[in-house]
Design a protein around this ligand. Structure first.
Ligand SMILES: [Cu+2]
Length: 148
């Protein structure tokens, strides 16, 4: 009995996040919806991250107080598919973009609670990641992605 009600309780908590039982909502996540994303190099198999293709996910976040910076200024990855996932906890619109060595991948611009993702196939070398919203990169919302 007890165990059962615990499960029900956990489910109730899980609903706002994922929907109990992992049915097929999804695509869109938070914020602006429209999962279709602009980038051409995006072969995303929607949300769940079913560990396909051995891509790497690098998580960053925009400054929660609205400052024009990310919480990280350098990232490291191995060659291959890399996805930078940026949480935006602030009221200022932000996005994330990966650029360098012929690669350019821009994520959606999102506001509070949104998540912007940029994916690219990268080779060893240095890339930059930054916020493509007007003036933000210049203000310091950028960093270096080193691929080994
Ligand atoms: Cu920004």
């Amino acid at each position: 009995m007890r165990a059962l009600s615990l499960i029900v309780l956990l489910c109730a908590f899980a609903i706002p996040v994922a929907g109990c039982g992992g049915d097929d909502d999804d695509s869109g996540g938070g914020g602006g919806g429209s999962g279709s994303s602009s980038g051409a190099t995006n072969t995303e198999s929607s949300g769940g991250g079913a560990a396909s293709g051995g891509g790497q996910t690098l998580k960053i976040a925009a400054d929660p107080s609205g400052a024009l910076k990310f919480d990280k200024s350098s990232l490291t990855a191995k060659a291959g598919k890399v996805t930078i996932v940026m949480d935006n906890p602030s009221d200022v619109p932000h996005a994330v973009e990966i650029e360098g060595n012929g690669v350019e991948a821009e994520g959606e611009t999102v506001t509070k609670g949104g998540v912007s993702k940029a994916s690219a196939e990268v080779k060893p070398g240095e890339y930059e990641f930054y916020c493509p919203v007007d003036g933000h990169k210049q203000a310091g919302m950028e960093g270096t992605l080193t691929v080994k």
